[in-house]
Design a binder for this molecule. Structure first.
Ligand code: MSP
Length: 655
C-alpha cells in the first residue's frame, strides 16, 4: 500500500476579488502535491472556503444580497481561479456544508461535556475584521497586532475554551518537536510572544451576530469562527460524521501550509483543540511569507491587486506558476514587480528552457531527419552532463521535503543550463560538417533529448501546460518515459522517436513595451474599481434613477403610520437602530433602520413615522427587520424621517 500524504491550504475567506497573493499558498501546495503523487504517494490535497462570521455577513449586506447567495457567487469565482491555475485539489470544503456544521456542533458539545468548554462572560478588546480578542499588552500602537486596524471594547456572555490548560503541553510541543512549526523563527515568536507570557482561555462563542454554526445546546450563541474554520481539516475527512474512513486513512495532516499571519491559530489554538479531542497532531505547520507590492502585502483591502487572470492570459499560466514558485525565497516575504515577473519569463523560460528545446529539436530535424538518433561515440563532455541529470532527483526530493521550492526548481534549471552549455562545448554544427564525427553528433543530440526529458519529468510537478507540449515535441507518448522511475537511468529514452520543433514554448517579451501595457491595464483597473465603488455607493444610498410608475405600481406599496414604542442601538453597527413600532396590528414590529447617525434612540421613542409595511422581511446584522422607515435625504448628507404633521392613529394608511 502506498504511503499517504495529507496536505492542506488554509480555507479562504469569500471576501471578493482574488489576487496573486491569494494564489501563492495554493500553487505551492499544488506543486508539492503533484510531486508527492509522482513519488507514488497516496495524496489528499484539501482546500476550501471559510464562510462564517460577522465580516462576511457584513460584506454580503453591503452588496444587498442574502449572505449565502453572495457567498455562493464568490465561491464560484474562487473555484474558477483554482481551475485557471490547474490546482489539483482532491476536496474543496465549504464551512457552510451541512456535514461540516454538524461535525462542528458535535465537537463543541463534546468539548463542553468534558469540561474543556465552559460558560462565562467576557469583556475585551475586539478586532472585528480578524474576529479576535486581544489583551491590552498584545496591541501594537493600540491597534490589532494582526491587521493593524482599530479594536473596540466588547462585552458578551460567552463560552470559553480552556486554552490555558494546554499551555505546558504546547510549550513542550514547540520546544521539543522542531519539525512541528517551521520556519524556526516562527517557533521562537510563538513561544516568546504568546506561550511564555501565559495563555488565557479563549472565547469561543459569539452572540452579536448569527451567521455561524449554532451552539446546539444554546442557540443564542454561534461558534467562534476560528474554531469552526480550523476543524475543517478533520471534518473534510469525515471526522464527526457517519463515514470517517478518510479521516482514519489520512489524519494526521502531513502539512498545513499557511501564511505567516495565521501561525498563532495553527500552532497554538489548533493543537490545543486536537489535544482536547485526544487526536494526533499535524506533522508540520509551515508559515510562509507574503507576496508584497512595494512595502505592502498584496491584498484587496490595500487596493493593490495583481490580477492572476490578466497575467496568465497575457503570458501563460505556466509563467504565473513559475514566477510564484521560483521567485520568492520560501518562508520569507517576496516583492512582486512587473519587471521581475517579465524578466523571469525572458531569462528562465524563453532563454534557458525554450532555447534548449528549440535548438535541440531543430538539430534533430536538421541533422537526423526529425528522428532521435541512438547514441554512438562518447564525447569528453558527456559524463559531467549525465552526472548533473542523474543527481537531480535526490536533490529535488530533499528540497521538496524541506519545502525549499525555489531551490527544487533551481535543481531542474541546473540540468537545463548544463545542457545549454553542453551545446556550446560540443558545437554540434561543427560536428555536423564532418562525416567522421557523425557518431559523436548522434550522442550529443541523443543526450540533449534525454536531458530535456529528464527536466521535463520533474517539471510536471511545477508547471502544467508546457510539460505535455515538450513531451509532444520529443514524440514521447509512452507514460513509462514520463514518470520518476524512468529517470533512474540516463539513456532510457527510446531512439527512433519522431521529433517536431513546432512553435516556441514561450514568446520573448519586449519588457519595456509590456511594462507600459501593464501600467495601462493597472490604470484602467483602478478606474474601473473606482467606478464600481461609486456604483455600489449609489445603490447603497438608493440614488437610483427610477422611471415612471403607474398608479397600480404605487398601490403595491402599503405605507402606514407607525408609532415607535422602543428603540435601541444595534450592537457593533454604528449606523443601525433597532425600533419597535406599533402599526395598529396585534403585535408590534421590529424594524432595523440606518438612521443612527441622525437620531438617537431617545429621540425616536414616541415618534410617529411612516413605514413601508408590506416590504419582505430581511435580516440585518442577524435581526429580522419587518418593514422600512421612510426618510428624506439630501446631497449634503442631511436626513429627516418622514412623519405626519398632526396626530393620527398608528396603523393609518398613507396614500
Ligand atoms: N480564513 C482564514 C484561514 C482559515 S484556515 C483554518 C484566512 N483566509 S484568507 O483568505 O485571508 O487567507 C488565505 C491564505 O492566503 C492565507 O494563507 C494568507 O496568508 C494567504 N495570502 C493572502 N494574501 C497573501 C499575500 N499577499 N501573499 C501570500 N499569501 C497571502 O486567513
Amino acid at each position: 500500500m502506498s504511503e499517504k500524504y495529507y496536505i492542506t491550504t488554509p480555507i479562504y475567506y469569500p471576501s471578493g476579488k482574488w489576487h496573486l497573493g491569494t494564489c501563492y499558498t495554493t500553487v505551492i501546495c499544488d506543486a508539492i502535491a503533484r510531486f508527492k503523487r509522482m513519488q507514488g504517494k497516496d495524496v489528499f490535497y484539501l482546500t476550501g472556503t471559510d464562510e462564517h462570521g460577522q465580516k462576511i455577513e457584513k460584506v454580503a449586506a453591503e452588496h444587498n444580497t442574502p449572505t449565502k447567495e453572495y457567498i455562493d457567487k464568490v465561491v464560484t469565482d474562487l473555484k474558477n481561479l483554482w481551475e485557471l491555475l490547474d490546482i489539483s485539489y482532491d476536496k474543496f470544503i465549504r464551512t457552510t456544508d451541512d456535514y461540516h456544521e454538524k461535525a462542528v456542533q458535535k465537537i463543541f458539545t463534546k468539548l463542553y461535556e468534558q469540561g474543556d468548554i465552559y460558560k462565562s462572560s467576557y469583556e475585551g478588546l475586539y478586532c472585528t475584521p480578524c474576529e479576535s480578542y486581544w489583551t491590552e499588552a498584545q496591541l501594537v500602537d493600540g491597534k490589532c497586532p494582526d491587521c493593524g486596524r482599530p479594536v473596540e471594547i466588547m462585552k458578551e456572555e460567552s463560552y470559553f475554551f480552556r486554552l490555558s490548560k494546554y499551555q505546558d503541553r504546547l510549550i513542550k510541543l514547540l520546544e521539543e518537536n522542531t519539525e512541528f512549526l517551521q520556519p524556526a523563527t516562527r517557533q521562537k515568536e510563538m513561544i516568546n510572544n504568546f506561550l511564555k507570557p501565559g495563555l488565557q482561555d479563549l472565547c469561543v462563542s459569539r452572540t452579536s451576530f448569527q451567521w455561524g454554526v449554532q451552539v446546539p445546546f444554546d442557540p443564542k450563541h454561534v461558534v467562534y469562527v476560528w474554531i469552526d474554520a480550523l476543524t475543517n481539516y478533520i471534518t473534510a475527512l469525515g471526522y464527526g460524521s457517519e463515514n470517517d474512513e478518510l479521516f482514519k486513512k489520512y489524519w494526521p495532516a502531513d502539512l498545513h501550509m499557511i501564511g505567516k499571519e495565521i501561525v498563532r491559530f495553527h500552532s497554538i489554538i489548533w493543537p490545543a483543540i486536537l489535544m482536547a479531542l485526544d487526536l494526533p497532531l499535524p506533522k508540520k505547520v509551515y508559515g510562509h511569507g507574503w507576496l508584497m507590492l512595494g512595502s505592502d502585502k498584496i491584498s484587496k483591502s490595500k487596493g493593490n491587486i495583481i490580477d492572476p487572470f490578466i497575467l496568465s492570459e497575457r503570458y501563460s499560466l505556466d509563467a504565473v506558476r513559475y514566477y510564484l514558485l521560483r521567485e520568492i525565497p520560501f518562508g520569507q516575504d517576496g516583492m512582486y514587480s512587473n519587471k521581475a515577473f517579465l524578466s523571469r519569463i525572458n531569462s528562465d523560460l524563453v532563454n534557458d528552457l525554450g532555447n534548449l528545446v528549440s535548438r535541440t529539436t531543430a538539430m534533430v530535424e536538421q541533422y537526423f531527419g526529425g528522428v532521435i538518433p541512438a547514441p554512438q561515440t562518447a564525447t569528453e563532455f558527456d559524463s559531467s552532463l549525465i552526472e548533473v541529470a542523474t543527481s537531480t532527483y535526490a536533490k529535488i526530493s530533499e528540497n521538496v521535503d524541506n519545502l525549499l521550492i525555489p531551490e527544487a526548481i533551481e535543481n531542474i534549471w541546473a540540468i537545463i543550463r548544463r545542457a545549454n552549455k553542453y551545446i556550446d562545448e560540443t558545437c554540434p554544427w561543427i560536428l555536423a560538417k564532418d562525416e567522421q564525427k557523425r557518431g559523436e553528433l548522434a550522442t550529443v543530440i541523443y543526450n540533449l533529448c534525454e536531458c530535456i526529458r529528464f527536466s521535463n519529468v520533474f517539471l510536471q510537478a511545477f508547471l502544467t501546460e508546457c510539460p505535455s507540449k515538450i513531451f509532444e515535441k520529443l514524440g514521447i507518448t509512452d507514460k513509462n518515459l514520463m514518470n520518476l522511475k524512468s529517470i533512474k537511468k540516463f539513456g532510457t529514452l527510446t531512439p527512433g522517436l519522431k521529433v517536431t520543433k513546432g512553435e516556441a514554448l514561450f514568446k520573448r517579451i519586449d519588457i519595456e513595451k509590456e511594462l507600459k501595457e501593464l501600467e495601462k491595464i493597472a490604470e484602467s483597473t483602478a478606474k474601473q474599481a473606482k467606478a464600481e465603488k461609486k456604483e455600489e455607493k449609489k445603490v447603497e444610498e438608493n440614488v437610483l434613477n427610477i422611471s415612471e410608475i403607474t398608479i397600480e405600481d404605487f398601490a403595491k406599496v402599503v405605507l402606514k403610520v407607525g408609532k415607535v414604542t422602543a428603540c435601541e442601538k444595534v450592537k457593533k453597527a454604528d449606523k443601525l437602530l433597532k425600533l419597535t413600532v406599533d402599526l395598529g396590528e396585534e403585535k408590534a414590529r421590529t424594524i432595523v433602520s440606518g438612521i443612527a447617525k441622525w437620531y438617537t434612540p431617545e429621540q425616536m421613542i414616541g415618534k410617529s413615522i411612516v413605514v413601508v409595511s408590506n416590504l419582505k422581511p430581511a435580516k440585518l446584522r442577524g435581526i429580522l427587520s419587518e418593514g422600512m422607515i421612510l426618510c428624506a435625504s439630501d446631497d449634503e448628507g442631511n436626513l429627516s424621517i418622514v412623519a405626519p404633521i398632526t396626530n393620527i392613529k398608528a396603523g393609518s394608511e398613507v396614500r
